[in-house]
Design a protein around this ligand. Structure first.
Ligand code: HEC
Ligand code: HEC
Length: 375
């Protein structure tokens, strides 16, 4: 029996405003295993299809298990750091206010934490894109000496020993076995539900009919963002902000936006491809919730959106690999103070209050008597 139901009120607020299908008829073949499959559906105002790996379908039980694991500090060597310590919901799942995130023993990560949002549409992860799936990515933070500094054997052992987990693994996978593969798959399922599509920008410009109206300042900022002769931001940052790359402009995923000149660049994408034309290129980040995720750029060098805008206004620094869409090198954009305020105001419209307060994405351990906050 297939039921088509609206998401709201079914899986809480997992995907506010999206439709989904709940189908209880599929099972894994075990009589006593009957997980609730969720079919994530593209918000109507995004055009992207939703690729889900066949070997890791999304289920309510898997997503809930993944939420617990994402927030569980037992994944780290000394039980102090969870994924969420560096990817905070209130900061759009980036690490607001920190140029570099803190791992175990107060060590600093090498790069600025990235926002985990609309990951479902992305094909390359990390600033240099060295990982090609969420399932592949999630292995690394656990063993990274600057992050969780743990072994997967230790994670499996500690998680198996927690009283409530075996039942959750059984609900998600059919038996109580805790494995590295199952932990990674559950975390990935949870991350796929982290979809932001309900910002003021969505409401004013993408949803039909519009559910909000831009102020004149926001409208001017949007105009500059889209205008080739001025901001020209859309050429790289796209129109729907659903992922880091936008269908309409092909497969541009990595770019050099001129923050560094020759001799001062981090190799970036070149570390992965070895192709000199990739030197100094980084994943083009989403701008969703950008007002919450600062500091900015792969090394968190800019503390505020104003500093980012001042960078683009300067035209950027010339180098062999600078993107052709950085057309104002040497000239600058000549933005007025009003233009800068307008761009800031527009970027703030990308904040999605539902996303950053959605209880379905929140920390399940806050009421735990042994709860310790992130450093
Ligand atoms: C100590 C801080 C820290 C911890 C803990 C941490 N991350 Fe991250 N995360 C980062 C940083 C920094 C980056 C960017 C690193 C890079 O590009 O080399 C990142 C990148 C990512 C990305 C790539 C996003 C994109 O747009 O490409 C994902 C997904 C992610 N982390 C998920 C996780 C998960 C899942 C966990 C827990 C298993 C986790 N992180 C734990 C700091 C952290
Ligand atoms: C040529 C492509 C390109 C253009 C044009 C461009 N950007 Fe970027 N943008 C990037 C890349 C690549 C990064 C990441 C660079 C890095 O970290 O080294 C970035 C980073 C950013 C960030 C920081 C994101 C984060 O999470 O740290 C903001 C904000 C931003 N751009 C806004 C803008 C605005 C506003 C404009 C127009 C004035 C613009 N961009 C034009 C490619 C571009």
């Amino acid at each position: 029996m297939k039921k088509k139901l609206s998401i709201i009120g079914i899986v809480g607020a997992i995907l506010l405003g999206h439709a989904c299908q709940r189908d209880n008829s599929e099972t894994t073949g075990r009589d006593d295993h009957n997980p609730t499959f969720i079919r994530l559906e593209t918000p109507p105002h995004f055009s992207n299809p939703m690729p889900i790996p066949v070997d890791n379908p999304t289920t309510e039980e898997g997503v809930e298990l993944g939420r617990f694991l994402f927030y569980d500090k037992r994944l780290s060597r000394d039980n102090t750091i969870s994924c969420a310590c560096c990817h905070k919901q209130e900061g759009g799942f980036a690490d607001p206010g920190r140029q570099f995130s803190l791992g175990v023993d107060g060590q600093e990560s090498l790069l600025n934490s990235m926002a985990i949002v609309n990951m479902i549409w992305q094909s390359h992860f990390f600033w240099n894109g060295r990982s090609h799936s969420l399932e592949h990515q999630a292995f690394f933070p656990v063993v990274d000496p600057l992050e969780m500094d743990n072994t997967w054997e230790d994670v499996v052992q500690k998680i198996s020993a927690v009283d409530f987990y075996p039942a959750m693994f059984k609900a998600a996978y059919g038996d109580e076995n805790v494995t590295q593969d199952r932990i990674i798959k559950a975390i990935s399922q949870f991350q796929r539900t982290l979809i932001s599509s309900n910002s003021k920008y969505d409401k004013a410009k993408l949803q039909n009919p519009p559910q909000a109206t831009f102020t004149p300042l926001e409208e001017h900022g949007f105009f500059l963002f889209e205008l080739s002769e001025k901001g020209d931001c859309f050429h790289c940052h796209g129109a729907t902000f659903s992922g880091q790359t936008f269908a309409a402009f092909g497969a541009v995923q990595f770019s050099n936006n001129g923050i560094d000149g020759p001799g001062e660049m981090n190799p970036g994408r070149y570390e992965v491809t070895g192709d000199p034309s990739d030197f100094g290129k980084f994943k083009i980040p989403t701008l969703r919730n950008i007002g919450l995720t600062g500091p900015y750029m792969h090394d968190g060098r800019f503390a505020t959106l104003r500093e980012v805008i001042d960078h683009y206004n300067s035209g950027g620094k010339m180098s062999a690999t600078i993107d052709v869409n950085m057309k104002h090198v040497g000239m600058g954009l000549n933005l007025t103070e009003y233009d800068k305020q307008a761009l800031e105001a527009f970027l703030e419209t990308l904040t999605d209050a539902d996303f950053v307060t959605n209880p379905a994405f929140s920390d399940p351990f806050v009421n735990d008597p042994n709860f310790i906050p992130c450093p």
